[in-house]
Every structure is written in C-alpha cells, then in structure tokens.
Design a protein around this ligand. Structure first.
Ligand SMILES: NC(=O)c1ccc[n+]([C@@H]2O[C@H](COP(=O)([O-])OP(=O)(O)OC[C@H]3O[C@@H](n4cnc5c(N)ncnc54)[C@H](O)[C@@H]3O)[C@@H](O)[C@H]2O)c1
Length: 308
C-alpha cells in the first residue's frame, strides 16, 4: 500500500523556505491539506513577513492542492494556538505536525552570549513544545496523530560553534522519548528527522556549486518526513536523510558491569573500564526505569539475592 495523505491535515512549521517548503509541496502532492507556517524572518530569527508562507501555499494551490499560509511565530504560544484554532475551524482535524522551524546563531561557546543561546533554544525546543502542546489534545481525541521533530547531526554528534543549536536539537530527542511514552495508547507516533541538505542554513559553510553541495538536494529529505508521518510510520525513530541516502540513529547503552554494592572507588571504575564500556550486547532502553532495573538485576545476580 502506498503512503498517501488524502483527507489528512498537515502543519509544517517553517514551511516557507528550504526543507519545510519541500515537505509542504510533497505532502500536498500526496493529497494532504497543508498549513504552511512561517514567520518569514532572517536566518538568525530577526524580522517577519508572511510572503514566504504565502508563496508556498500559492504554489500548492496553483498545482490544484489545498493549502493555507500562516505567519505564527512558534515561540509564541498564543500565536500557535490561534493557528491551530484557525485550522480546526477550517478543516476540523490535525493529523500531522512537522516541527521544522529553525534559526541559527553560531558562535564558539567562549564568545556566545546567553541571549543567543536562549533564542536558539526558544525556536527549536520551545517552538516545538508550543506547537505539539497545541495539537496534543486534538490528536488524543482523534486517537490519531503523527509528529516529526527536526533534530540534527549537530546535536546527535556535535558540531563546532553550535553549542546552542546542538543542545536545542538534542533536547528534541528527549522530548520525543518522553512524549512517546505518554501517548502510547492514543495512536500518536512521534519520530525525529536528522536532515542534511543545502539550504540558506548552511550555504555560508559550504561553497555553492561543488559536487558535494549539488548532491545535498532538500527535496530528497522530504520523503523521509512523509514516511515518518504516514499511517504505518514507525515510532520513536531517529531517521537521518541526505543526498538520497537514509540511516537510523540509535541510542544504545552497554550491557554494564557490576563492581560491588558496598564501596566503589574511581580507581575501580578505571580498572573495570573495558568491561563497563564493552559494546557487545549493548541495547536501547525502553524507558528510564529500564536502566534502573537493569542495574538492580546485575547487582542482585552478583549478590545472589532476588528482586521482589
Ligand atoms: N539544512 C540542513 O542541512 C539541516 C541540517 C540539520 C537540521 N536542519 C533543520 O531543518 C529545519 C529546516 O531548516 P532549513 O535548512 O530548511 O532552514 P531554512 O532557514 O531554510 O528554514 C527554516 C524556516 O523556519 C522559519 N522560522 C524560523 N523561526 C521561526 C519561528 N519562530 N516561527 C515560525 N517559523 C520560523 C524560517 O523563516 C525559515 O523559513 C531546521 O529545524 C533546521 O535546524 C537543517
């Protein structure tokens, strides 16, 4: 069965440019009613204009699709709520939310002032929180929802000069992990996209026109978002996408090694480091308690006691 979005209502934040624009166009191509949200500011988040969102919505309508433009600033809960109210009044449901809006304020940590750190966290994390919160009750009531968080290799793996951005992007994985547990019974799936593509966000970092940048086509990232938003989408998956290649990132914990349950010195940790960090048998943990239980089981086994 092929993935389609007929009768589905999709909100894409930051849909007026770059990756978000391609997400919107491809959702519309597959039948979705699309809300193109975009503040229309500069790369650093300053300024505002509805024209970016309008242009994409118009492009969709010109091709025979259904779309509305919205200029809500995702950092402002009241503007986000007004957007959601408008969508509900027009289309009566919200099936997919793609938290894509983003800004950059790069500086090495030494030169980064806290205001620039907070501004980036505000758009990426709080923006996603505001939008997710505004659709959460609706999706629970519908017993259906698909949410995509846009994370980044900068958070997953680190990137020089992006402490604010990397921290903000990794925080979305924490948000996803917890929300996935809270919405298990409501058929809401939450996944994360880790894209790489040539947009205004990285055009200063890479020389335009090189073979490398030519390969980084944003339109090849959007199919990953649509896959993560479909009825049969996975849940709690981090999907990387770039250049037409796709990969999944996992967060694994090693099997672990018990030392003793009375007194442990830092030297004991050092002496056992090979066993503690051995990758054989490493696994994802379903939730925070699973880690505590794993350690307690290791201790109980070594102490010859049973866990009640
Ligand atoms: N391009 C990449 O290689 C790359 C890599 C990793 C992650 N990302 C992430 O992908 C997403 C899209 O990035 P892009 O490369 O298309 O950049 P982009 O600058 O082209 O698009 C981001 C859009 O978000 C909008 N936006 C910013 N602040 C907003 C706010 N407060 N409210 C509503 N809209 C707002 C902007 O106006 C812009 O249109 C971002 O979250 C970015 O961090 C991009």
């Amino acid at each position: 069965m092929s993935i389609r979005f007929d009768e589905r209502v999709v909100i894409v934040t930051g849909g007026g440019n770059g990756l978000g624009r391609h997400h919107c166009l491809q959702f519309a191509e597959l039948g979705a009613k699309v809300v193109v949200n975009d503040l229309g500011g500069a790369l650093d988040g300053t300024g505002q204009s509805l024209s970016a969102a309008e242009t994409v919505a118009e492009e969709i309508r010109a091709a025979g699709g259904d779309a509305i433009a919205n200029g809500a600033n995702v950092t402002k809960p009241e503007e986000v709520q007004a957007m959601v109210d408008e969508v509900m009044a027009k289309w009566g449901r919200i099936d997919v939310l793609v938290n894509n809006a983003g800004i950059l304020r790069d500086k090495t940590f030494l030169k980064m002032d806290v205001d620039n750190f907070k501004a980036v966290v505000d758009v990426h994390l709080i923006g996603a929180v505001n939008c997710t919160k505004a659709v959460w009750g609706i999706m629970r009531q519908q017993n259906y929802g698909r949410i995509v968080m846009t994370t980044s290799s900068s958070g997953l793996f680190g990137n020089f000069g992006q402490s604010n951005y990397g921290a903000a992007k990794m925080s979305l994985i924490g948000l996803m992990n917890v929300l996935c547990l809270e919405c298990k019974k409501y058929n809401i799936h939450i996944n994360a996209l880790a894209p790489t593509a040539m947009t205004r966000m990285n055009e200063e970092l890479e020389p335009k026109g090189s073979t490398f940048t030519e390969l980084l086509k944003p339109e090849l990232v959007s199919p990953a978002v649509l896959f993560l938003s479909g009825e049969d989408a996975p849940n709690r998956t981090i999907l990387g996408a770039g250049c037409g290649a796709y990969a999944v990132t996992h967060i694994y914990e090693t099997k672990g090694h018990y030392i003793n349950n009375s007194k442990v010195s830092p030297d004991d940790i050092a002496a056992n480091w090979e066993l503690i960090s051995a990758t054989e048998g490493e696994a994802e943990q379903d939730n925070a308690a699973a880690q505590s239980i794993k350690f307690a089981e290791l201790a109980a086994m070594n102490l010859g006691i049973s866990l009640e």
